[in-house]
Design a protein around this ligand. Structure first.
Ligand code: OAD
Length: 255
């Protein structure tokens, strides 16, 4: 039996499916993953110099410049067939929750509702010093030009401190509201589609085990092996855009 058919059977039987996505979800949109063998960001860049509060304190222009580059990549990217298929599946399963580790907005731009972002959002800037939200920064037109362009962070309209991107850096806590909503949704889910994540970053990765302990079936969609070990019902070795588009088409044919 093909992975498509096995996934289809599980999806048909599900009442509260949930999609748990990682960087691989956006790979076909041209957004680089972190640990991909060829284009992984953490192969080319040192996270300790770019993705910690200490790194920002030491060299804010370097860190802000790198994040502006990533903002530029995401701004010019479009949702791929996988994002669009998930949004379409939400029409059929209004209870389908999307929990993502991604800081891009491609799920939302594809039409998904109620997306829970465990690692924050690339465009949700706030002041590094006082924490005030600063939504008004316009991504420069040349943002995607170079990852190495140093840029001085804009200043906070309240205290004058430097702005930081609204992402979770290493060593920081996950946003409390998104995390507790994700735990609740995972505990209720009866099917979890684990899409495009290496499964190595905690606590996010632990949600899969939590779902299993609450009786959910797990379908993994990833062209490569991941760190998720036992108890995966279906390991569908395919890119997210290909697999989810096939799934959506098969569901669509059923009417
Ligand atoms: P990773 O970069 O660790 O893993 C990406 C996964 O996507 C890998 O398992 C790839 O095999 C898979 N992949 C690649 N192309 C794919 C495709 N077209 N379709 C489906 N899967 C594909 O990304 P995450 O697991 O999301 O944290 O990383 C977790 C966290 O580590 C990120 O949120 C980020 C990073 O440090 C923060 O920014 C806090």
């Amino acid at each position: 039996m093909s992975d498509l058919i096995r996934t289809l059977e599980r999806l048909r039987a599900a009442r509260r499916p949930l999609a748990f996505s990682g960087a691989g979800m956006s790979a076909e949109s041209g957004v680089p993953t972190f640990r991909g063998a060829r284009d992984g960001l953490w192969q080319a860049y040192d996270p300790s110099r770019l993705a910690t509060a200490a790194a920002f304190r030491a060299d804010p222009d370097l860190v802000w410049g790198w994040y502006v580059w990533r903002m530029g990549l995401v701004r010019q990217a479009q949702p791929n067939a996988g994002h669009l298929a998930l949004a379409a599946l939400q029409e059929r399963w209004p209870e389908l929750r999307v929990v993502t580790q991604n800081v891009d907005d491609l799920h939302e731009r594809a039409g998904s509702r109620g997306v829970l972002h465990l690692h924050g959002g690339l465009f949700e800037h706030r002041c590094f010093d006082c924490g005030r939200a600063q939504p008004d920064f316009e991504v420069p037109a040349d943002a995607a030009t170079s990852p190495c362009l140093r840029r001085a962070p804009p200043r906070c309209s309240g205290c004058g401190g430097p702005l930081r991107p609204g992402v979770v850096w290493f060593g920081e806590a996950l946003p409390e509201a998104a995390w507790s909503a994700a735990v609740q949704a995972i505990e209720r889910a009866d099917l979890v589609l684990v899409i495009g994540t290496s499964g190595v970053v905690e606590p996010a990765a632990s949600l899969v085990g939590l779902a299993q302990r609450h009786g959910a079936r797990i379908v993994e969609i990833n062209p490569e092996p991941s760190a998720f070990a036992a108890g995966i019902d279906v390991r569908w070795r395919a890119p997210a855009g290909v697999a989810l588009a096939q799934l959506q088409a098969a569901i669509g044919e059923e009417g």
